[in-house]
Design a protein around this ligand. Structure first.
Ligand code: IMP
Length: 187
């Protein structure tokens, strides 16, 4: 089955391909602008992105909206995870997160992922989460984004120190993708 991915994030694309190799994932056309994401929730943003790309391609689309919620920061960066720091790079985002948390010991957090699938007459969503804590320094070179600072609950290693298959088995994206059969049922 062919699904257009409403994303240009190479890491997300790689992970979704890895998690569901049975799907013929198609990258959104170059000429399309970046899909808007103006919502206040992961679900609203995922639906907005998938609706936008479906409207322009007429093909079944899947969008991933995801991010990090840090309890001590009242859930921030949340839907602003990509644009948390002024620069918006992973290095700057991670540096800002470490600076905001400082020496605080309450460092619980979770990654969240909402997937939205939009096709002819169909809109479905699925979500997944991964609980953990924010470390005091980065470690590991795998994954992307906040992975070097995120230590999954029960893991001695950061998300960036896990092998790709280990990340997929516990990640928010893997958990959301466990609903793939329901998302594509009947299409
Ligand atoms: P989105 O493209 O608006 O969904 O923003 C996603 C942002 O959340 C990314 O740019 C990362 O900063 C963060 N994020 C989402 N998933 C992951 C992950 O698996 N590891 C690390 N950071 C992630």
């Amino acid at each position: 089955m062919k699904i257009v991915l409403a994303s240009r994030n190479a890491h997300k694309i790689e992970e979704l391909r890895r998690i569901a190799p049975v799907i013929d994932w198609v990258i959104m056309p170059d000429e399309l602008p970046d899909p808007p994401e103006t919502g206040a929730t992961f679900e609203a943003n995922a639906l907005e992105k998938a609706r936008f790309v479906f409207a322009h391609t007429g093909q079944v689309c899947l969008a991933d909206d995801s991010g990090l919620e840090v309890d001590a920061l009242g859930g921030r960066p949340g839907v602003w995870s990509k644009r948390y720091s002024d620069e918006g790079t992973s290095a700057a985002n991670n540096a800002k997160l470490l600076a905001e948390l400082g020496a605080r010991s309450d460092r619980t957090a979770r990654f969240r992922c909402v997937l939205a699938l939009v096709g002819p007459g169909v809109e479905r969503t699925a979500s997944g989460a991964c609980e953990g804590v924010i470390a005091f320094a980065e470690s590991g070179v795998g994954g992307f984004g906040y992975d070097p600072l995120f230590v999954p609950a029960g893991s001695p290693r950061s998300m960036a120190e896990l092998a790709p298959a280990e990340k997929d088995a516990i990640s928010h994206r893997g958990a959301a993708m466990a609903h793939l059969d329901r998302l594509i049922e009947g299409l």
